[in-house]
Design a protein around this ligand. Structure first.
Ligand code: FES
Length: 393
């Protein structure tokens, strides 16, 4: 890389991404060009405050950089008049406003990363990195109200966020009334699934474990990873039998009873989603992802499959693969775009709840002998022994 008078060297830490950029470019533009993990919902309009960075000044021999305070532009209008939703940290700047004037070392603080590390405090799980399937994108279009066409929005998403060939999966006929600003909800960078008028920076997901006795759920902010509410309800199927086998025999002895059991558990899931939203002052419409786990019989019942083959040897699963479906298919009221992800079952009596335990505890990543015990109405035990020479694949 060669220095050139109109360009300056910018090094982003902690990732180490570095390159020369034209003076006058914003640090958000530089970060995007390098693929630096820096958050932004408002697309550089000084509204969301998620792009906060910390410039470091002084002599950095390792990088051969002498970063002077004048190497970054003075705070501009966006920063001086900043009234964004996220509080501005000390010594921080908005990357969408701060411009490059000379060589710089720029630190991206942990809370400004898109893929934030979430340290669990209340649940003893290993740390995890959030990689939400859902992303939010604020755009400005020509000022149109009650527009029947999505074309201006799709064009703005292409021009302002580089989202090309988005598939429009919104069921509503036209854009909501707005002053020309919208927040678009995009799934997996490929599909436009919802749009709100104005600026919004929160979207939610719910994880639910359907146990034989209790059903427990956590509602999370999908962008920050924060758990905002936790709640549990009794599984109303208890009235058909306290344990799994007595519920299966109820189904065997009463024609069509599986529909009854499916209906009551789906009602309970719907009530739990409502309780979690009420407890966190959120709206069902803003929940876009739900993950469900449960033992094989619960799994079959909430999905509406016949559980009776699981009551007799060889305990055959009707379906053991991961399933993606919609909340509407499971009678859960949420957004029309809400997807439900059901983890795979492992074997006849080792279900999606155990797959969830495996994902959370990762016994395969440690050496020695590991025993993971899930004590519920049923208990599952995972045993893993890894000694010298054993592979962690
Ligand atoms: S990107 Fe939203 S404030 Fe900078």
């Amino acid at each position: 890389m060669e220095t050139n008078k109109e360009k300056s060297l910018v090094v982003f830490t902690p990732s180490g991404h570095r390159d020369y950029f034209e003076n006058g470019s914003t640090l958000l533009e530089a970060a995007r060009k390098l693929g630096v993990d820096l958050d932004s919902v408002c697309g550089g309009r000084g509204i969301c405050g998620r792009c906060q960075i910390e410039p470091a000044f002084g002599e950095f021999a390792k990088h051969k950089i002498n970063a002077q305070e004048e190497n970054i532009s003075a705070p501009g209008d966006l920063e001086v008049n900043y009234k964004g939703r996220k509080e501005m940290g000390k010594n921080r700047r908005l990357a969408c406003s701060a411009k490059i004037n000379g060589d710089l070392i720029i630190d991206i603080p942990p809370d400004s990363h898109i893929h934030k590390q979430v340290i669990r405090k209340t649940v003893d799980l290993t740390d995890l990195t959030i990689e939400p399937l859902i992303s939010l994108h604020f755009v400005e279009t020509e000022k149109r109200v009650d527009n029947k066409s999505f074309d201006p929005l799709l064009l703005s998403l292409q021009e302002q966020w580089g989202l090309n060939n988005l598939k429009n999966e919104i069921k509503e006929k036209g854009l909501p009334a707005s002053n020309g600003t919208y927040t678009a909800v995009v799934r997996d960078g490929k599909s436009l699934v919802a749009v709100w008028p104005g600026f919004k920076d929160q979207v939610f997901g719910i994880a639910i474990d359907v146990g034989s006795t209790t059903i427990a759920g956590h509602l999370c902010d999908l962008l920050s990873g924060e758990v905002l509410a936790s709640a549990g309800v009794m599984n109303p199927q208890i009235r058909f039998g306290e344990d799994l086998m007595s519920r299966v025999s109820y189904v065997m002895m009463n024609k069509g009873a599986e529909n009854e059991l499916t209906e009551v558990v789906q009602d309970a899931l719907n009530d739990l989603v409502g309780e979690l939203c009420d407890n966190s002052n959120t709206n069902r419409e803003d929940v876009f992802e739900i993950t469900l786990v449960g033992n094989p019989i619960m799994h079959h019942l909430f999905l509406g499959y016949d559980p009776t083959p699981l009551g007799v040897a060889p305990f055959t699963l009707f379906e053991d693969k991961a399933i993606d479906t919609t909340a509407i298919n499971l009678s859960i009221q949420a957004n029309s775009a809400t997807r439900v992800h059901v983890l795979p079952c492992i074997a006849g009596h080792v279900g999606a709840d155990t797959a969830g335990v495996l994902l959370a505890t990762k016994p395969q990543q440690t050496d020695g002998i590991n025993l993971v015990v899930d004590v519920g109405t049923n208990a599952e035990i995972l045993y893993r022994a890894c000694f010298r020479g054993c592979t962690n694949k």
